[in-house]
Design a protein around this ligand. Structure first.
Ligand code: CCH
Length: 286
């Protein structure tokens, strides 16, 4: 067991579990990033509900949301880390794991601060349906991310996380990976959105997605309708072009926007101490 507050020790153990030869593309990274995102992406700025604090996904109300199907794999990967460092809250562990995973897959360093609690305030539990639906379009994205307080540029930037991982027919119903190397963080997702021909395909479960089949390599890549919407909406498209052209800019912007995502609903004083969480209820100030 590490000393309370030794986040560096936790980081090392998260890094050590990233390599998972039997799982998906050989890495726990992508699903850990999705866990961090879904833990935070329920935030509603107007009512100040949802967000990463509380780690509500441990319970059926949030964990059983069909949008969160498959994220138990990420939570199971992290259990040994929690067992070894019992002082860390799940809310901190999940967000930290996302940040560590992005960095280990070649992405930018993302500012992260601890202090979230695992206390679930019943009045702050987000209703289901706060997370985006991949079958929809640009209006839906603005509605969902606008609720969290994100701009058009930030929506496009965050979507660049689809450079990682894949869709699973037994989780979301969509199927396949967005890019050729889904365990390496880059701006390839934006480049492929613009450079490949995407055609609509109806899967055997009735779900529609976009695909590109490469005759030379025999590989099929995919895009969700929401991904394609980024190229069709004129404002979103400008940002897709910028991020496709400029990997450095994408990395820089992604670092700040992901950091903003995992801080939604959290207020801190100048020392980084969270001020809007009752420390008696499981909060922990480093
Ligand atoms: Fe996503 N995402 N995501 N996504 N996502 C899926 C998988 C990943 C949407 C839908 C899906 C973000 C935004 C959106 C990841 C990170 C982010 C899947 C497949 C769907 C569907 C799930 C499955 O079947 O396993 C939609 C719609 C949006 C709207 O914008 C944002 C923002 C992020 C992070 C910043 C990652 C990573 C994955 C891969 C997970 C894995 O298991 O490989």
């Amino acid at each position: 067991m590490s000393k309370k507050g030794d986040f560096g020790a936790v980081k090392k153990d998260i890094e050590a579990l990233m390599h998972q030869p039997e799982y998906d593309d050989g890495s726990a990274g992508p699903v850990l990033v999705r866990l961090a995102w879904h833990s935070a992406g329920t935030y509603d700025a107007e009512t100040d509900t949802g967000g990463s604090n509380g780690a509500g996904m441990r319970y059926e109300a949030e964990g059983g949301d069909p949008a969160n199907a498959g994220l138990q794999h990420a939570r199971v990967f992290l259990e040994p880390v929690k067992a070894k460092h019992p002082w860390i809250t799940y809310a901190d562990l999940w967000t930290l794991a996302g940040v560590v995973a992005i960095q280990q897959m070649g992405g930018p360093t993302i500012p992260w601060q601890g202090g979230r609690t695992d206390y679930v305030d019943d009045s702050k539990i987000p209703p289901r349906g706060r997370l985006p639906d991949g079958a929809l379009g640009a209006d839906h994205l603005r509605f969902i991310f606008g609720r969290m307080g994100f701009s058009d540029q930030e929506i496009v930037c965050l979507s660049g996380a689809h450079n990682l991982g894949r869709c699973h027919s037994d989780r979301s119903g969509f199927d396949g990976a967005w890019v050729n190397n889904p365990t390496r963080f880059s701006n390839q997702y934006f480049r492929l959105l613009l450079s490949l021909q995407w055609r609509k395909k109806k899967l055997s479960n009735g779900i529609e997605q976009f695909v590109n089949f490469d005759d030379d390599t025999g590989t099929e890549l995919m895009m969700l309708p929401t991904d394609i919407a980024l190229t069709q909406d004129p404002i979103f498209r400008q940002w897709v072009i910028k991020y496709a052209d400029d990997k450095e800019l994408f990395f820089k912007d992604f670092s700040s926007v992901f950091s903003k995502l995992i801080e939604l609903g959290i207020q801190r004083d100048e020392n980084g101490h969270i001020t809007n969480i009752d420390n008696e209820k499981g909060g922990y100030h480093s």
